[in-house]
Design a protein around this ligand. Structure first.
Ligand code: ADE
Length: 229
């Protein structure tokens, strides 16, 4: 997979992708990531990338010209263009999974105050939001989406761990609590059941705990699973 990120802040997009599993995936040739400064596609003296809203309104929007020029330069036949924006569709694990089948992704990192809508209408295949909050720009959001996709690419996790067992592989259930050694940490004990060796009982405990955690932290997931039944 190749990923091109078009942003005013290439370092913000790249820094989180330079560590650990995602860096290893790049070194192993599983993914190639390039971040580009949108200003390289400006042609005016001031290298202007944003402007005031037509018809009035607060703030500034990303101008269309440099974004259209950047996408024209980077696009190939198989490219999918993604805009990261708080106005996008909520990004889910199933989207990360779906996007692993793309050979080439271009991320346009939105300005927090928005982009000229002609970009959305004529360039963008998908608008993605990573949550109901507003970041200062879309570069961090693009890094988050890239991370979620890349770790699912075959070979990226580098061992026999499977992403299939974690939270959101079943999108209606969170993972149960988990413990490691020491078994007694300053009087705080690992639940006896996990040390019992009774695998059926352990499995049942995990299921109950997963359900309880989901009820407590994400009741919306349970409601959604009922709606889909
Ligand atoms: N840009 C600013 N906030 C964002 C968000 N929540 N998701 C995606 N892109 C953004």
């Amino acid at each position: 997979m190749r990923i091109d990120i078009i942003t005013l802040f290439p370092e913000i997009a790249l820094a989180p992708l330079r560590e650990s599993i995602i860096m290893r995936a790049q070194k192993a040739g599983i993914v190639e990531i390039h971040a580009h400064d949108l200003r390289s596609w400006t042609v005016d003296k001031h290298r202007k990338t944003d402007d005031y809203l037509c018809g009035g309104g607060q703030g500034m929007l990303l101008k269309p010209e440099p974004v259209f020029a950047a996408v024209a330069d980077l696009r190939r036949a198989e490219t999918k263009v993604i805009l990261t924006t708080p106005q996008g569709l909520p990004f889910k694990q199933e989207d990360a999974q779906r996007l692993t089948s793309c050979e080439h992704l271009i991320f346009i990192c939105g300005h927090y105050e928005g982009v000229d809508h002609r970009i959305v209408e004529h360039l963008v295949d998908e608008e993605i939001s990573i949550g109901d909050y507003v970041l200062t720009n879309g570069a961090l959001a693009s890094a988050v989406v890239c991370d979620a996709i890349i770790r699912l690419l075959p070979g990226a996790l580098g061992d026999d761990r499977s992403p299939a067992e974690e939270s959101f592989s079943d999108p209606t259930l969170l993972e149960p609590p988990a413990y490691t050694k020491p078994i007694d940490f300053m009087g705080l004990k690992v639940p006896d059941i996990l040390l019992s060796g009774n695998h059926a009982a352990i499995e049942k405990w995990k299921q109950n705990e997963a359900l309880e955690r989901t009820r407590r932290n994400r009741p919306d997931l349970i409601a959604r699973s009922r709606e889909n039944q």
